[in-house]
Write a protein that binds this ligand. Sequence first.
Ligand SMILES: Nc1ncnc2c1ncn2[C@@H]1O[C@H](COP(=O)(O)OP(=O)(O)OP(=O)(O)O)[C@@H](O)[C@H]1O
Length: 267
Amino acid sequence: MVSTDDALLRIVDLGKSYRARERTVDALAQVDLTVDNGEFVAVVGPSGCGKTTLLKIIAGLLPATTGDVFLAGRRVTEPPADLGVVFQEYGRSLFAWKTVRQNVELPLRSRGVGRAERRELVAEALDAVGLGQAADAYPWQLSGGMQQRVAIARAVAYRPRLLLMDEPFSAVDAQTRGDLEDLLARLWRRYAMTVLFVTHDIDEAVYLGQRVVVLGASPAGVIAGFPIDLPAERDQLGTRSSARFGELRAQVYAQVRRTPHLEEVAP
Ligand SMILES: Nc1ncnc2c1ncn2[C@@H]1O[C@H](COP(=O)(O)OP(=O)(O)OP(=O)(O)O)[C@@H](O)[C@H]1O
């Protein structure tokens, strides 16, 4: 059990209902989740179960209907300053008329970081994602995988206390996806970040997470959590073909397939 002393993110009895015309859609109900400082938690759930809704509420972009989100002990009521977010749609998250360097620099400018420090942070982040040479290019001159690396560099340069990622690699080809997963794992270790990573891909969740949390469908609540006891250093071939990876993947898969109603869920 996670101790609240180390908790960076605390989600308590969170619920969200959308009202659309005469209909009400209950997207989330009774979501309780705690993420410790430095943890990498992957959240999986069936398509449409409310994963994006959950991230938007944590990011302060959408109000909850019930319950609370606390980041570093502070209730989230607006986008917190120390949060980084990487979305699936890299194409839309970068400014086409700004260079790679300017894109990465933007949140640092908004935060009032001085010019010299900005330069240093941007250069280090671009080097860390292997794009040191592409600083003066425009996003539209880069491949999809490279654009997503720019989005990751932008988040990393900002040194967020919590990095939220919403299916960040689902729009790239399989080879690039594996490379980006490994890049993220390296950055997580190097910068001791706390990451909440949402995906509908069970293999990706098990490969990346120290813990995998399963959301049930309609309305989504946390139905299971799995500590991932794979070695800290993972690699695409060795880890994914190991017996333990297969067992964990099967356990998570069985839960995702169950998608029970909340009343069936053990407390
Ligand atoms: N603005 C909205 N108005 C009404 N209903 C909405 C709205 N946004 C989301 N929903 C509904 O809430 C539920 C959860 O949606 P959400 O996008 O959070 O799920 P998701 O798990 O991220 O989906 P996917 O995996 O397909 O991206 C769905 O039934 C969706 O139709």
